[in-house]
Every structure is written in C-alpha cells, then in structure tokens.
Design a protein around this ligand. Structure first.
Ligand code: DLL
Length: 442
C-alpha cells in the first residue's frame, strides 16, 4: 500500500447481497433480457434456430444454451441493429473501433445512463472517492466511453470535476496543481506520462495534490501500479470495461486490490476456453464473456470480449460478494491498445489500401520508450512508384499518415522503405511487433 489509506466504503448495498440472493436476481434479470432481445433480428433468428424462448431459461446454467455475440455480429448489423428501443428513446450513442474503419456503436436510454453512472460510482467509492474530492478527468470525451462514463460516475458520487480531457500535458499539470485535484482519472500510461512531463518541468510529481488514481481502458501491470504510487505518492486503482457491454463500470478494484469486483447483479460473467467455448476450471485463464442484465437500449447476450483473464470466487475482506477478475493478461485477437485507443492491424491495412503506390507489405512496430506508446508503420514502396523526388515521396508519406489517422484516430510515425526490403515470412505474415510485451508493460 502507498502512503494513503483507502477506507473500505460501499456505495450500494446490492454490492454485498448474499450469493443466493444474487443468483435469484441474475435469473430474473436474465429472463427479462432474453425477452427484451427476442425482437432484435440477430437474436430472434438465433433463438428460433435453437427453439429458445424466455421461458426456456429455468436456471442460470441455461445461459449456456444462448448464442454468443461478437464484435463482427455488431458490425454486420451496423449501425444500430441491436437496439431494442425506438430511436426517439435513445439518450446517448458511443462507439469503439471495429476491425475496419467503421466504429461499432452502442446506444443507451435514460435508464441505462443512470445505471451506468451508478456502476461507475460503485468502483470510484470502492477506490477512495468522496463527495468532497475534486477529480481531474484526462480521458477523451467523445465516442470513447471513458470520459463521459467516468464523468457521470463522479458526478453521481457528488464530487467536483475538472473535465480536462486528453492532451496538452503541461496544461494538465498546471490544472492539477492550481485547482488542487486529489483524484486523477485517465489511462495508466497517460498517468505515467504526466509524471514524466512533470519531472521534465522540474516539478516532483509527489508535490502534486493527487491522492487517488482510477486507471483503466488498457492493460497495465502490477509493476506500473507500484511505480505510479511511488511517483505520485498516491493509491492507484484499476477499473475495467468495454463499450459493447457498458463502458467503464463492468469491474473495478476495492480497497483490498486483489482483483476487480465484477458487478454481477448487472452482468453475468463466464470464463471460457476460447477454442472449445467450455468453461475453464476455477482460477484458470480464459476468455471473458459477458451478458448484460440491466441494459435496456442495447443488451448483449454472451458477448465475447476476446480479453483473457482469470476469475476468483473466493470471499473478499471488503464485504462485496461478487467474483473478482484478474488483470487482463492478453487478448485472443490482434487488437492493439495504443494510448488507450483500440486499433486493429486491419485498419492500418485498410488505410494503406486507400493509398496508391504502396505495396501490400508493411510492419507495425509498437514501443513504449517512456510512458506513452509509439507506433511506427513501415511501408514498402512499389518499384514503379519509388521515386528519387523528395517532394513526391513526402506527399505519399503524408497521405498515408492522414489515412491512418482518419481511420484509427491515432498518430503514427510512417516510414517508407525501399522495395523488397521488408522481411518475407514463410508462414503467416508477421505484421505486428509489439515491444511492450518484452518490456513487461502489457
Ligand atoms: O476502454 C472502456 C473503459 C474506459 C474502461 C475507461 C475503463 C476505463 P473500449 O474502448 O471498448 O472500452 O475498449 C475495451 O479495452 O476489451 C480491454 O481489452 C481493454 N481494457 C479496458 N479496461 C481495461 C483494464 C473501454 N483495466 C477494451 N485492463 C477491453 C486491461 C482493459 N484492459
């Protein structure tokens, strides 16, 4: 533990209900959710294929008879084919990267927004937030669920907010210093970057008023937690979520910090072997699959997250009765998280395809030399397009740069390389080299 103590406080009594009561709540809500989704064309078809109706759900184990949902399914029903409410009842739409240039959208009605802020309030309070605090939010506000999700969670607790959003780190440091925020909300890598820039400016991060940090949106390690707590002299809490299931608020650390409590009265979690789709043994790593229980505008059934983690059902000293999940230790697909933004290699390929003069050979190299991710995209030129003219090459470079930014939303360093210089692979092409893994940062 760091220099501050986090009192064990609980926001909502439902977090401590007995396992038996919880199972009852889950079963009722699962039946409601199946009923609600029966009119979504994707589920309607899937249910009728296997002869299922809401009445078929007699016990929680019956969830295993329900179909899975994947990001690809959402994409195929672009933009809002999974929505169960009339358009007029949609209160907010967020989105996250898909495997191609188009995002997948998620919709919320008024009640969903209330449920969501309550879920964020739970983990924020579990991690030290009090109504008298001032919270600096350095997440992007936009389609990404991080900014608005945490914003309304903090507001629900009654604390003050500085909605700084991302970017301009020296200004962030000024705001934290001058306004006196005790709590920082952002991605873990951005928090470390703030510490780095602060040092460069001759300000010891310990001198900042921060006492608690709530970090999520990307994988991080226990070593990063230790470093952050030492750097800022704060307590750092992990929180997890994904847009398709809700956004932040699916799970979060409590004061014990021995795994993130999954908000099981709102989500049923399964941990499955990603190949066989059978449950793994307790404590073993598997793919997390979530079914929403209270979402109204866009519930999802057995959503395959592609995130690999373990579940721990043992009782927690904090009094919450929910199962805890470990840190995310990997993914079953090739999604990269770059400075908190989800990026698929296929999006970069799509950008390159839009630019004439590039060969289908490229390599994406990800590194984290300091606190922030750096991406270099090396693109091989076609012989006929390879030019001695600097201006032509520069124009090509800039187009690639623009296309990648337009599709992924992130800035990368583009390097044009001579024809026939990138290594050819005998088997599956190696498109991504992620140095963060060997650096122990993932
Ligand atoms: O990242 C939601 C979020 C925002 C959670 C802010 C927490 C804080 P997406 O953009 O849809 O949603 O990305 C979801 O990010 O499947 C994980 O792979 C990864 N992820 C999110 N939180 C964590 C975490 C938001 N604490 C994807 N640890 C998920 C590891 C995380 N990975």
């Amino acid at each position: 533990m760091g220099p501050f103590v986090c009192e064990n406080r609980i926001w909502d009594r439902d977090e401590t209900m007995s396992r038996e009561d919880l199972r009852g709540v889950q079963l009722n809500r699962l039946r409601e959710t199946v009923a609600r989704t029966a009119n979504v064309p994707f589920y309607k078809q899937a249910y009728s294929k296997c002869g299922l109706s809401p009445d078929s759900i007699k016990a929680l184990d019956d969830i295993r008879r329900l179909p899975f949902t994947t990001k690809e399914d959402l994409r195929q029903h672009y933009p809002l084919g999974f929505v169960t409410v009339p358009r007029a009842d949609i209160a907010r739409i967020h989105g996250s990267s898909g495997t191609t240039g188009k995002p997948t959208f998620v919709a919320y009605n008024k009640q969903d927004l209330l449920t969501w802020s309550g879920l964020c309030a739970r983990f924020l309070v579990a991690g030290g937030l009090r109504s008298e605090h001032l919270v600096h939010i350095a997440f992007g506000y936009g389609l990404f669920t991080g900014g608005f999700g945490l914003h309304y969670g903090v507001e629900r607790v009654g604390a003050g907010i500085v909605p700084a959003a991302g970017g301009n780190t020296p200004r962030q440091i000024m705001l934290i210093t001058d306004l006196g925020a005790q709590v920082l909300v952002c991605t873990p890598s951005y928090a470390l970057h703030i510490a780095e820039v602060s040092r460069q400016q001759g300000i010891d991060p310990k001198a900042l008023p921060l006492k608690f940090g709530h970090f999520g949106g990307e994988p991080w390690t226990e070593e990063m937690r230790t470093e952050m707590e030492r750097e800022f002299s704060m307590l750092a809490f992990n929180n997890y979520g994904l847009s398709e299931v809700m956004g932040p608020g699916v799970s979060g650390d409590c004061a014990a910090r021995t795994g993130m409590h999954i908000q099981e009265d709102h989500f049923i979690v399964e941990c499955l072997n990603p190949k066989t789709l059978e449950p793994v043994k307790a404590g073993e790593a598997g793919e997390l699959v979530f079914t929403t229980l209270t979402k109204q505008a866009m519930p999802v059934i057995r959503y395959r997250t592609r995130d690999i983690a373990c579940l721990d059902p043992s009782p927690c000293p904090c009094g919450r009765t929910s199962v805890r999940m470990s840190r995310v230790v990997g993914r079953t697909d090739d999604m990269l998280i770059i400075r908190g933004v989800n990026v698929f290699p296929s999006q970069i390929e799509e950008a390159l395809l839009r630019v004439e003069g590039t060969a289908p050979h490229y390599v994406i190299e990800v590194d984290r030399p300091g606190a922030l991710d750096d991406v270099v995209v090396r693109v091989e030129m076609r012989r006929q397009d390879f030019s001695d003219k600097m201006a032509q090459m520069q124009a090509l470079h800039d187009r690639i740069d623009r296309e990648i930014h337009a599709i992924t939303g992130i800035r990368v360093k583009v390097e044009l390389v001579d024809p026939q210089t990138l290594e050819r692979s005998m088997g599956k092409a190696v498109r991504v080299i992620d140095h963060r893994k060997e650096q122990g940062k993932l």
